[in-house]
Design a binder for this molecule. Structure first.
Ligand SMILES: Cc1cc2nc3c(=O)[nH]c(=O)nc-3n(C[C@H](O)[C@H](O)[C@H](O)COP(=O)(O)OP(=O)(O)OC[C@H]3O[C@@H](n4cnc5c(N)ncnc54)[C@H](O)[C@@H]3O)c2cc1C
Ligand code: SF4
Ligand code: SF4
Length: 440
């Protein structure tokens, strides 16, 4: 591990360790380049490692992600810094880059932690578990989730009472409250931005009652309930722990909606909702599932067949705009909607659980990471692609490339393709820089 304030050198800096950043790192590392991934969370794998299965094949998401993630962690040409951010990225006259890398303390000596979880069992503090999207609690001393990589404990210092119970329980004595922030000065030849996305905050549409009505949840919360690393062994509605038998999905929650500032299509919600509906029919064979949609966008390979498969299984697709949700005393929910195919009549239906198919939004603050050159964003605040048709990974700064959802909504196969494009452009840039044949 490098010392504090040390200068470190890599061929490529990759910001974000989701599937796009990870794929780009492997591509570059496999042709001999030295790569540093900086990931702001405690684990790499991004959203994909937390999903249930993937459309349209229904392959297990964790089973695809975990071998990749462990290849990344073990690759001799890849270094991963978690709980870390890059800032003050400066492009030099010779076409190379310098950046400040800031690594937050984990308060656990990574090399000595065996992941035994004894600290977790001993810790008396319980807070919402962000990796389970607040469906359950976790301790202040915790392993982020069972397939986290690295699988090392961390202390959530903001909620820790410094009671010392974890230190006493730890068999390898690796909890270290003296750890401080580490900073490094990085030199790199190229930068790939793979910072992915954030989810739309459904409290911005108060008429759907998210945060107020317990049985209104988000699709990411449903992903966690359906995932192999799920918090409980079945699907439960939050208000009373009952297994739901009539679930509604509201598509386009926070997408294609100017009133909430996001006029574009999130590209994945139609298909992830169709996927979840099929998985729910397996998990709850007696349940009725209705998807309220405006248009079903099944544009990708195998998507239309996947949509037809859901219809054949008995999933109800209702074309209708849901205007409002109200809660009944028993926790059930009344949906008031315009039945578009039924002549525009306003109807009301009752469901015992509602899933909001929340949209995708860009992460904020990425352009501000660059100090002397402007990283241009597109009109929706995703990273701008300066030559979208001919070289989709190229940004406004030569030598800086974009991979995955950082450039706009897309699914996993497209994120992987986009990482291929970014890594191939980055490898070319490094090669020309080494031969001094690039105009910088
Ligand atoms: C509910 C839901 C279900 C889905 N189901 C499917 C499916 O079945 N099939 C499918 O193909 N797609 C699905 N998707 C889409 C899929 O999640 C994305 O295509 C994929 O995760 C994109 O990967 P990414 O690496 O670009 O972004 P992310 O997964 O968001 O990864 C980005 C990473 O960058 C890190 N990061 C962000 N900012 C910084 C920073 N400043 N510094 C350091 N690190 C940073 C993040 O912590 C994260 O680890 C689904 C999406 C949702 C919301
Ligand atoms: S010192 Fe903090 S993390 Fe450790 S057991 Fe006590 S509250 Fe939990
Ligand atoms: S910090 Fe100690 S007790 Fe906690 S998981 Fe690591 S080795 Fe086990």
């Amino acid at each position: 591990m490098p010392e504090n304030n040390k200068t470190i050198e890599y061929d490529a800096l990759i910001i974000g360790g989701g599937i796009a950043g990870g794929e780009a790192a492997l591509n570059l590392a496999n042709v001999g380049y030295k790569v540093l991934i900086v990931e702001k969370d405690l684990s790499i794998g991004g959203k994909m490692i937390l999903l249930s299965k993937v459309f349209p094949t229904l392959d297990c998401s964790a089973c695809i992600t975990t071998p990749k993630v462990s290849e990344i962690m073990r690759h001799p040409n890849i270094t991963v810094f978690t709980s870390t951010q890059a800032s003050n990225i400066i492009k030099k006259d010779d076409g190379t880059f310098e950046a400040t890398i800031t690594k937050q303390p984990r308060y656990v000596i990574a090399e000595d932690c065996t992941g035994c979880q004894l600290c977790e069992q001993a810790c008396p503090v319980s807070v919402d578990d962000q990796f389970q999207y607040n469906l359950v609690g976790r301790k202040a001393a915790y392993i982020p989730f069972s397939i986290a990589s690295p699988r090392i404990a961390a202390i959530d210092i903001a909620n820790c009472t410094l009671c010392g119970a974890c230190e006493r329980a730890c068999p390898t004595k690796c909890i270290d409250f003296t750890q401080t922030v580490e900073t490094y000065s990085l030199k790199a030849k190229t930068v790939i931005i793979a910072t992915g996305f954030q989810l739309f905050d459904p409290t911005l549409i108060p008429r759907y009652g998210y945060g107020k009505f317990k049985n209104v949840i988000t699709a990411m919360q449903m992903e966690r309930q359906l995932a192999p690393t799920r918090p409980f062994n079945t699907i439960l509605r939050p208000s009373d722990g009952k297994m739901p038998d009539n679930i509604a999905y509201i598509l386009c929650t926070g997408s294609r909606d100017k009133t909430v500032g996001n006029p574009i299509c999130s590209q994945v919600c139609c298909m992830y909702s169709t996927k979840q509906a099929q998985l729910l029919m397996g998990a709850l064979p007696m349940a009725d599932i209705t998807l309220y949609y405006l248009n079903i966008r099944a544009f990708g390979k195998g998507f239309n067949e996947f949509y037809a498969q859901a219809q054949a299984m008995g999933v109800q697709f209702t074309k209708g705009k849901v205007a409002k949700i109200t809660e009944k005393e028993n926790g059930n929910l009344l949906l008031r909607y315009e039945d578009i195919n039924g002549g525009g009549v306003v109807k009301e239906t009752e469901h015992d659980m509602v899933v909001l198919s929340v949209g995708i939004l860009p992460n904020q603050g990425i352009a501000e990471l660059f100090s002397n050159d402007e990283l241009v964003l597109d009109p929706y605040n995703y990273i701008g692609q300066s030559d979208f048709l001919a070289s989709p990974a190229q940004t406004s700064i030569k030598g800086v490339f974009v991979a995955g959802v950082a450039s706009g909504p897309m699914d996993i196969p497209d994120s992987i393709l986009s990482a291929g494009s970014a890594s191939s452009d980055a490898a070319n840039y490094i090669r020309h820089l080494n031969k001094k044949t690039v105009s910088v």
